[in-house]
Write a protein that binds this ligand. Structure first.
Ligand code: ADP
Length: 162
């Protein structure tokens, strides 16, 4: 059974992440979306909130499980009997950081392969930070994130329901 792990901060999940999740489930038997608890980035949402939003968003996507993790990613991958790490690749600017991570993970656990899913064109400029910035300025993010995320961002920034 091919089990893959898609790790990230997901602060919050965007339609770009969701696209990677949906496409990856077509080529693996099971996909574990792994929310980094001790992300280097300071996050807007808690690990629990980030996890809940992904669960809600992916509840109808088959083969997906959502978990949070702390510590080494390679340890989490092994503990879950997975053998693949999935990452998204948007622009050439992602390449340097992503290849460094992949090579370090290969060194730590040679039996685990990293695969890159190239983002679909319409989400290639999208990341969680830009979504948070637009939302904080009351811009329209409805095409960029799942409904639950839009609602939570509005509540957080303007204390109002979407
Ligand atoms: P991290 O802090 O690990 O980079 P992110 O939540 O920012 O966490 O990203 C998780 C993964 O999703 C990364 O591989 C990133 O390249 C990918 N990703 C983020 N946004 C998009 C997008 N719009 N399209 C495709 N992949 C994306």
């Amino acid at each position: 059974m091919n089990i893959a792990v898609y790790p990230g901060s997901f602060d919050p999940i965007t339609n770009g992440h969701l696209d990677i999740i949906e496409r990856t489930t077509k080529i693996v038997d099971k996909l574990i979306v792994a929310v980094a608890v001790d992300s280097k980035k300071s996050t807007l949402f808690s690990a629990q909130e980030r996890t809940e939003m992904i669960k809600e968003t992916t509840k109808n996507v088959e083969k997906v499980e959502v978990k949070s993790f702390s510590g080494l990613l390679t340890d989490f991958v092994k503990k879950n009997k997975a053998s693949i790490i999935v990452r998204g690749m948007r622009a050439i600017s992602d390449f340097e950081h992503e290849s460094q991570l992949a090579l370090m993970n290969k060194r730590l656990a040679p039996e685990i392969e990293t695969i890159f899913m190239v983002t679909c064109y319409k989400y290639s400029y999208l990341n969680s930070s830009i979504v948070k910035e637009i939302a904080s300025l009351n811009g329209n993010i409805s095409q960029l994130v799942p409904e639950i995320v839009e609602k939570n961002l509005k509540t957080l920034f303007f204390n109002e329901k979407a």
